[in-house]
Design a protein around this ligand. Structure first.
Ligand code: AMP
Length: 362
């Protein structure tokens, strides 16, 4: 696809909301293509700010700081979903926010996400909206057990979730939500978990990454392997679902779709994230265009890059003190180490990842 006259040219400044590792790797990819970056986040010295041209360390509800930030950039993107609506509205009045506010709004709330999947004819776990204890009691009757109670908003890496296996756990599970709006989801006894990244540019070009297979440990992604071992039927369903979601949301940027695969090859959509995703880190070494560059291209309305696999790749997250073994990973042939510049390692904290380049089959 030719470069659109509405493309944001290299030399422009991309604003990034959020200062974690995703923003950091996005900023590095942006720099490679000649863009400047300005990160906005509350945490002084965050991983993203270590590699950007400018940083603003302010709260997301600081209207004055947000306005100054908006004036200093040409486009705004984000590396996490939990940005207050008011901040997005304020920024959007001054600069394009990509992916757009509707995508963000949908992805912030599990109920809106699930409704979207159903509207598009996609399969998702049975669910019910939970506000009061009697909603939960009824939902348990309807959906059955085991089931998972999840907060509608602000959950990640298994936080804000309780598995219910017996009905006598219902009152405690409800109390654990601490008054937050929640949904009850039927438990999917899946064989594997997969994800698909889809990019779409404002010019309307769409591009899919190969299906990734994910293994979680303690609710946190541990290993991603590409290509996935999934059947052709599963791959087709997964790619089709991602395409439909990106089109329906008029995506401008990158979006991840997380899915479960059952023993009979059904693809059940779990959730979406309109940003680079941990399960796409393999692409930094194993793919012609990595997910961060693709996000930069999509946000700046450039032609999208080729997403062919260079070689099969296994990504291993370095969580907590696993990062202490960095020298071992450096010494391994075919291992590519990526560290996030976090000074303190805590249990469950993502400190870096390693991409293992695997031999080509055949
Ligand atoms: P989530 O925050 O929704 O991505 O959930 C984190 C992880 O919990 C998923 O990757 C699954 O391993 C597991 N999980 C979440 N929802 C379900 C479900 N409905 N059935 C079975 N496992 C689930």
């Amino acid at each position: 696809m030719a470069v659109s006259s509405k493309a944001l040219p290299p030399g422009s400044t991309i604003g990034i909301l959020g200062g974690g590792q995703l923003g950091r790797m996005f900023a590095l990819a942006a720099a490679r293509l000649g863009y400047k970056t300005h990160v906005y986040c509350p945490e002084v010295g965050c991983p993203t700010s270590q590699v950007t041209d400018q940083a603003t360390f302010k709260d997301y509800n600081d209207d004055k700081a947000l306005a100054v930030f908006a004036d200093s950039v040409d486009v705004v993107t984000y590396e996490f979903e939990n940005i207050p609506d008011a901040a997005v509205e304020l920024l959007n009045a001054k600069r394009p926010v990509r992916p757009n506010a509707e995508v963000l709004h949908t992805s912030q709330d599990r109920m809106f996400e699930k409704q979207l999947f159903l509207d598009l004819g996609l399969k998702t776990a049975p669910f019910a909206n939970i506000n009061v204890l009697s909603d939960l009691e009824q939902a348990v009757e309807q959906i059955g057990l085991p089931a998972i109670l999840k907060t509608r908003r602000f959950g990640y890496d298994g936080k804000g979730q309780v598995k219910i296996t017996q009905s006598d756990q219902v009152p405690q599970a409800f109390d654990d939500m601490a008054g937050a709006a929640a949904i009850l989801e039927g438990f999917v006894s899946f064989d594997t978990e997969i994800s698909v990244l889809v990019a779409q540019s404002p010019a309307g070009e769409q591009s899919l990454f190969p299906v990734a297979e994910n293994v979680h440990r303690n609710h946190i992604l541990d290993v991603t392997t590409v290509p996935a071992s999934a059947s052709v039927m599963v791959v087709d369903q997964a790619l089709d679902a991602a395409k439909k979601i990106a089109s329906a949301l008029k995506l401008e940027g990158l979006l991840a779709v997380e899915m479960f695969v059952t023993a009979d090859d059904q693809v059940i959509i779990n959730e979406i994230a309109p940003r680079p995703h941990n399960s796409g880190h393999w692409s930094m070494d194993g793919c012609q265009t990595d997910q961060f560059e693709q996000a930069v291209r999509a946000v700046c309305n450039l032609p999208l890059g080729d997403t062919s696999i260079i070689t099969p790749t296994k990504m291993k997250n370095l969580i907590g003190d696993e990062v202490d073994d960095w020298a071992t990973y450096l010494a391994e042939p075919n291992a590519k180490l990526h560290l996030y510049g976090k000074t303190e390692s805590r249990p469950g904290r993502k400190m870096g990842h390693v991409n293992y380049l695997l031999p080509k089959k055949g």
